[in-house]
Design a protein around this ligand. Structure first.
Ligand SMILES: C[S@@+](CC[C@H](N)C(=O)[O-])C[C@H]1O[C@@H](n2cnc3c(N)ncnc32)[C@H](O)[C@@H]1O
Length: 423
């Protein structure tokens, strides 16, 4: 089986923590015709036709995919280093119709992301500690811990934030209404489409497929943390990525950071644990100490706020769906309302087909239980040179009987769209 170097020391993870800076497609581990450029800290995945790579890093048809796996939160927490570094990404939310003059200046939500140079430092330290030993022989995390080669089907795209994930944040949250009470007036609110699930009576479940850095889920988690005292229903968030390494190294850390930043003002523990780099008089980046106390406080907060976080890895498949619906020990309550999210998950014909089948199967499953379910999917209009397109996805979903509504279109830069899918 073909293999390639994960190249953590090279193009993919920049030493300055920037995500998705331009890389040489021919040498990139993700050499699948997708080339990235940096704009405002978000990877712009610009479709670039390249010669067929020697080994594709993307899951490919006919090759074995990673088996689906559920990861235990406490175990994941135990694998994190004692400190993580982050930077903040500002996302400007679209203004609401009822905004007052005072609210007409741009309303921004700041989402944290673990710095990728910090991930690299962790990987190198762990490799040093193990002297090259394969410490995770049972799992896929091992190839990410150093310079090991990995096999075809291993995919690192989840380490970057892709453009449509920011579009999804804008579709899911809106600035607080003019009538919002003062206590919550700085908290963004679920948009109309997100409200159909999150503000209904009963527990709700957010499932982000192909989450990577999980910006859309992080935005909803930020809202959930801010409204923890007033929400009475359980909120379950399931984040799924092909690679366990992505979940361990960036997805979970990003949730920890989102919680710590949101709760910072109210918690002396977090005021001590969080530090900001203030060199330029700003607070764009910083570090979070991950002491046992901090980790315990995170778990306690989730428990007292009725929030469940679940982490699934592996290829989209029937087994993945079974695992998704296998109730975990911490989430025994039935779910009534489900919001499925996906950003940039249809970038090739194979990804488009396996994602569509997975999405349809979740929609069907929820519908058959008479649950409210809606999906919000963002993607580029065309993945030039690779094969996927938003139009093909819309066609595929409509062909299967789904209703697809356009929610947002982005004509600046690479053309993108966000659609809602219902069955
Ligand atoms: C281009 S990345 C997008 C990451 C993130 N949603 C964003 O927009 O920043 C595509 C994601 O889909 C996931 N993915 C791709 N193919 C998959 C498959 N066959 N099974 C499961 N996940 C897959 C990858 O793990 C990856 O995180």
């Amino acid at each position: 089986m073909a293999s390639f170097s994960f190249s953590f020391s090279g193009d993919d993870i920049e030493d300055d923590g920037a995500i998705g800076t331009t890389q040489d497609a021919a040498s990139a581990p993700s050499a699948s015709g997708l080339q990235t450029q940096q704009t405002q800290g978000v990877a712009l995945v610009t479709p670039t036709p390249v010669a067929a790579p020697a080994a594709s890093a993307f899951p490919v048809q006919g090759k074995p995919q990673l088996p689906p796996q559920r990861h235990d939160l406490k175990e994941m927490l135990s694998k994190l280093p004692s400190k993580i570094a982050f930077s903040l990404l500002d996302v400007t939310l679209d203004r609401r119709d009822d905004s007052e003059a005072s609210r007409e200046e741009p309303y921004r939500i700041r989402l944290p992301r673990r710095e990728l140079w910090d991930v690299k430092v962790q990987l190198m330290a762990e490799e040093d500690a193990e002297e090259g030993a394969d410490v995770n022989s049972g799992g896929e995390l091992a190839p990410g811990l150093g310079t090991h080669d990995v096999k075809t089907g291993i995919y690192e795209g989840g380490f970057k934030s892709w453009e449509s994930s920011v579009d999804l944040v804008k579709v899911l949250l809106q600035p607080p209404s003019a009538s919002a009470s003062t206590s919550t007036s700085s908290t963004p609110e679920p948009s109309a489409v997100a409200s159909t699930v999150l503000l209904r009576d009963g527990p709700s479940h957010v499932i982000e497929l192909g989450c990577g850095t999980a910006l859309p889920s992080l935005a909803l988690f930020h809202w959930a943390c801010a409204t923890a005292a007033s929400r009475s229903h359980r909120l379950s968030i399931t984040v799924a990525d092909y690679n366990p390494s992505v979940l361990y190294l960036v997805t979970l850390p990003n949730f920890l950071l989102a919680w710590a930043l949101q709760q910072h003002d109210a918690s002396p523990l977090l005021q001590q644990a969080l530090s900001f780099d203030d060199e330029d008089g700003g607070d764009e980046s910083g570090e979070l100490e991950l002491t046992d106390e901090v980790k315990d406080a995170f778990c306690a907060f989730l428990g007292s706020s009725n929030i469940t976080l679940s982490f699934l890895s592996g290829g989209w498949s029937a087994e993945f769906i079974d695992l998704l619906y296998e109730s975990s020990t911490t989430d025994a309550q039935p779910t009534a309302h489900t919001l499925i999210l996906g950003a940039e998950t249809i970038y090739s014909p194979f990804a488009l087909e396996s994602f569509s089948v997975t999405l349809l199967s979740i929609l069907q499953r929820e519908n058959s239980s008479s649950n409210t379910v809606t999906a919000v999917i963002g993607a580029k209009k065309l993945y030039f040179g690779v094969g996927g397109s938003l139009d093909d996805f819309v066609y595929r979903m409509r062909d299967a009987g789904a209703t697809v509504n356009e929610l947002r279109e982005e004509a600046d830069g690479v053309r993108r769209g966000v659609v809602q899918c219902l069955l």
